[in-house]
Design a protein around this ligand. Structure first.
Ligand SMILES: Nc1ncnc2c1ncn2[C@@H]1O[C@H](COP(=O)(O)OP(=O)(O)O)[C@@H](O)[C@H]1O
Ligand SMILES: O=C(O)C1=C[C@@H](OP(=O)(O)O)[C@@H](O)[C@H](O)C1
Length: 278
């Protein structure tokens, strides 16, 4: 597994080529913007949550080239938690679904599924992940289905991957609340959105088997809720989950000193100085 060169931030642009559909991937320009800071989450919810994470005393140690809050079912909170992690770590954040939309030139994943096909979306998703895999200091929230293509693992394993493990029941509740229009695999007419989402999520979980469990770090909402002594995952905030993710990332790094050792120390020093300066 590759790690970032800590403070020696990668400054070359990734080799972004044509997307799988023949269109040029659109995020080369965005990556430049990200380095200029415009994609960083500053004042929004993730910014506030990042302040809360710091206030609760977690010292982020991220000698990582790349963190991928990549695994986890639809609605598990990859984007929400990924933005907080990026803010705390001082990394750029990317949502791979959004990058596919840009690459293809369509407004939503749902539209891509409808006009083209899931296979077309998957091809483009792989292209986006390939392009991201050459970048440094970023957090990527991938689509929940990225785990099903072995080629994507080659790309995801260029960084450290985090699995947000959320019970299906909690996921179905969230999805029933926010609606399924943006998630075509769940979007079917139903009088009972919770049961429809739960049934489909269970089927997908069955199909995907252990794919998520290959992640470097697993963040289990049930474990966090148990630690908090209430056992109710619906009470957990994105901040709680981000703190646990940072702990798990720290553990993984500590367990792999050969890969992360010296780089980790350098990065920890630089981050401590940055956090103290806030
Ligand atoms: N810890 C949480 N508690 C309650 N709702 C959450 C939590 N994390 C995310 N959400 C909500 O669930 C929905 C899906 O979250 P999102 O981050 O988009 O998931 P993903 O990127 O994994 O599909 C969003 O409406 C988000 O606001
Ligand atoms: O699990 C999946 O197969 C998918 C998850 C979605 O992303 P989110 O996990 O961000 O919802 C999106 O990529 C697409 O609708 C397919």
């Amino acid at each position: 597994m590759e790690v970032g060169a800590s403070m020696a931030m990668q400054s070359r642009a990734p080799g972004v080529g044509a997307g799988a559909g023949g269109r040029r991937s659109a995020f080369l320009g965005r990556e430049k913007q990200a380095r200029a800071g415009s994609l960083r989450v500053g004042a929004g919810t993730a910014g506030a949550a990042a302040v809360a994470v710091r206030a609760r005393g977690t010292k982020p140690v991220a000698p990582l080239r790349c963190v991928r809050a990549s695994r986890g079912m639809m609605g598990s909170g990859k984007s929400t938690v990924g933005k907080i992690l990026a803010e705390v770590l001082g990394y750029s954040f990317f949502d791979s679904d959004k990058l596919v939309e840009q690459a293809v030139g369509m407004p939503s994943v749902a539209e891509i599924f409808k006009v083209h096909s899931e296979a077309f979306f998957r091809e483009n998703e792989s292209s986006v992940l390939r392009d991201l895999s050459s970048m440094r200091r970023l957090v990527v929230a991938t689509g929940g289905g990225a785990v099903i293509r072995p080629i994507n693992w080659n790309y995801m394993k260029k960084g450290l991957s985090v699995w947000l493990d959320v019970p299906l029941d909690a996921l179905a509740k969230r999805i029933a609340q926010v609606g399924t229009a943006s998630r075509p695999l769940l979007d079917q007419p139903s009088d009972d959105p919770y049961t429809a989402a739960f049934t489909k999520l269970s089927m997908l979980a069955e199909q995907r088997g252990d794919a998520y469990a290959n992640a470097d770090a697993r963040v289990s909402l049930e474990e966090i809720a148990a630690k908090q002594g209430h056992g109710d995952v619906s009470k957990l905030t994105p901040t709680d989950i981000a703190i646990e993710a940072l702990l798990k990332i720290g553990n993984f790094v500590a367990e792999h000193p050969k890969t992360y050792g010296q780089v980790g120390d350098l990065q920890a020093d630089s981050q401590s100085r940055r956090i103290q300066a806030l």
